[in-house]
Design a binder for this molecule. Sequence first.
Ligand SMILES: *[C@@H]1O[C@H](CO)[C@@H](O)[C@H](O)[C@H]1NC(C)=O
Ligand SMILES: *[C@@H]1O[C@H](CO)[C@@H](O)[C@H](O)[C@H]1NC(C)=O
Ligand SMILES: *[C@@H]1O[C@H](CO)[C@@H](O)[C@H](O)[C@H]1NC(C)=O
Ligand SMILES: *[C@@H]1O[C@H](CO)[C@@H](O)[C@H](O)[C@H]1NC(C)=O
Ligand SMILES: *[C@@H]1O[C@H](CO)[C@@H](O)[C@H](O)[C@H]1NC(C)=O
Ligand SMILES: *[C@@H]1O[C@H](CO)[C@@H](O)[C@H](O)[C@H]1NC(C)=O
Ligand SMILES: *[C@@H]1O[C@H](CO)[C@@H](O)[C@H](O)[C@H]1NC(C)=O
Ligand SMILES: *[C@@H]1O[C@H](CO)[C@@H](O)[C@H](O)[C@H]1NC(C)=O
Length: 580
Amino acid sequence: MVHVFVKICFYYMWFNVSSALSILNDHLDCNQEGIKCGSKIVNCSDEQERVPRSLAPTGPVWALENVGVAEDENGLLPVINVSWSVEADGGILYIQGVKAHLLEENTTQTLCVWYNFTIPSQLNPRLGKWTFSLDGVVVDPGHTYSISVFNLPEPDQEHYRLTKQITVPRCDDWRIQQAQLCLENGSTWDPQMTVSVSWGAGSLAATVCFNTSQFSDGYTVAVKSALYQDSKNVSKGKSTWLNVTFEMDIRNHIQIGPKCELLFVVRPFFPGCKNKCLSAQKKWENCPYDSKQPWALLIFATLALSIIAGCISYSHWKSSHKAPSTPSPPDPTPDAAEVAKRKTVLLIYSPDHPLYTVVVLKLCSFLMAQCGTDVVLDLLDLTRLGQLGGLRWLDWHRERIESSPSDKILILCSPGVQAKWRAMCGAKPVVLREDQRSPVGDMLSPALGLIVPGLVRSGSLRRYIVAYFADVCSEEDIPAPFNVAVRYKLMEQFEEVLLRILEVEKQQPGRVNRVQGVGQHEYSLCPSGEALRGAVEAFRAHQQRNPRWFEDELVQDEAEGDVGSDAGRTLETRTLDIHA
Ligand SMILES: *[C@@H]1O[C@H](CO)[C@@H](O)[C@H](O)[C@H]1NC(C)=O
Ligand SMILES: *[C@@H]1O[C@H](CO)[C@@H](O)[C@H](O)[C@H]1NC(C)=O
Ligand SMILES: *[C@@H]1O[C@H](CO)[C@@H](O)[C@H](O)[C@H]1NC(C)=O
Ligand SMILES: *[C@@H]1O[C@H](CO)[C@@H](O)[C@H](O)[C@H]1NC(C)=O
Ligand SMILES: *[C@@H]1O[C@H](CO)[C@@H](O)[C@H](O)[C@H]1NC(C)=O
Ligand SMILES: *[C@@H]1O[C@H](CO)[C@@H](O)[C@H](O)[C@H]1NC(C)=O
Ligand SMILES: *[C@@H]1O[C@H](CO)[C@@H](O)[C@H](O)[C@H]1NC(C)=O
Ligand SMILES: *[C@@H]1O[C@H](CO)[C@@H](O)[C@H](O)[C@H]1NC(C)=O
């Protein structure tokens, strides 16, 4: 029993924190120039004497009502002021006072005030109507009050009561925002929340910074995305602002795709609203193909056109070159100084499967560690990628490589590369699960779109190296336009790939150039090579256990498709338009 009682009391205190209807003390004075007036709070059930109608004054008329704050010893309180005036008719001389009746509609709490006065003349000394007011009625935000005012004495039959309903605004209204009760409900909290995000290799750090409020000590700061959420509780101490940092492993956590966004939330705990307080929120989105960014649209349109041009010029090229020719021979051997200079390789691949992505990463490490090559890989350049967006990032690297005579683009073919190339030329759009998980989405289709037109047009094959891991992929995974290039089987022909990168011909008059330690049976003797071999074997084992691994990696539901697949669809229709 006691328990239940306590609970009810608690409930009442918690949710009906309404102050009793009252009037601020020093506001009850009703004296004014020309009238000596006495006032007091009376019992609303007390009946007054009634008089015949001919001896009763008529009713008052409204002048105005105001909602605001007024101060008492506890600080500022929300109050209403009302005022009314007396009709300057004959009845005015019968007035013996006025009674105001206040009713809080939900709780039916009442308060009555009686003013005792007589009126000496029809008009006041300033020749206006006599006006009375009831000021400083302490009210609760959001509650509705009914106020009736009537002159005394009342007639015995009819009423001349004037009734007005006033709904007090909530704390967010500027008129009562400064009331203590509202301050303690967070009414003036301006968090000025900011979010800054920085990309690192495979991770993302987001810092949420906000201004604290004097009235809330604790805050919960949270980050949410479709697949990920995290939160931290912080206490402000003496600080007027706080910052909270979240580190996220982007490879595993952020759902990128149709909704590549993070939501940051700061929840305060004010005494007035406890854990129901309004929180501050900020959305962060950085889609590489965010259609809301005009430049992205522009680049996308350009890209779409260049892909179509690529497809068309490729088919023209194909009809004029029936059989794929052998590669153009590498340029004359560069001099030693140039060989010594570090070469940069841009690696284009499709993230067909998480295990395959590991293979790609290990290949990069091997190239960097064992072969002294600089490798540009989207996964290893996420900071810049985050700043530029996928397309601009690709374009920037492509331009850099094209302006440097010795840099190369290594295209690593796999089932995903073939499928995406076909999708670009009109087949069914392809969305890989890894693309959806990636913070930047599908990078391969834009890459193919940028490379293929140039490749087919200028035939500058020297710059492009096409390869595939023979253990986990096959020659069929090479898109048709690349058939014009030599296709290297890895790791069997890795040495040739490396010599291409270094621009050294294997066979030179009088000698055969060799690179130590990169042959099929030697490469795994060094740690980075061993890791590479391990990755290939792990993926191969997975493939053997799951013959349908590639189909399983495709996002089947079209509705789930991301912007990449939309692009595929757009292209499809445009290609048809052009053929029609
Ligand atoms: C007002 O008067 C009624 C009866 O006339 C009485 O029951 C009630 O207790 C009184 N209220 C106050 C606050 O005095
Ligand atoms: C209400 O009346 C009091 C006393 O006359 C005054 O100080 C206060 O400013 C008034 N508030 C509004 C909102 O009119
Ligand atoms: C009302 O005021 C008059 C004089 O202004 C006074 O004589 C009378 O006693 C007052 N009535 C009450 C009930 O206070
Ligand atoms: C008043 O009561 C109604 C119905 O009981 C409820 O919906 C409303 O929220 C209440 N208003 C306040 C200010 O408590
Ligand atoms: C107090 O804050 C809560 C959450 O912001 C809000 O729902 C509630 O209406 C506020 N109370 C008042 C009286 O405005
Ligand atoms: C929020 O904090 C910043 C930095 O401390 C300060 O410049 C700014 O005036 C603060 N804003 C508010 C509303 O307190
Ligand atoms: C933060 O505090 C709330 C309530 O005080 C609690 O429910 C929640 O578990 C806390 N969260 C963390 C991350 O500590
Ligand atoms: C976060 O706050 C710490 C001290 O509280 C400060 O050293 C750091 O620079 C702040 N970081 C940001 C991004 O504002």
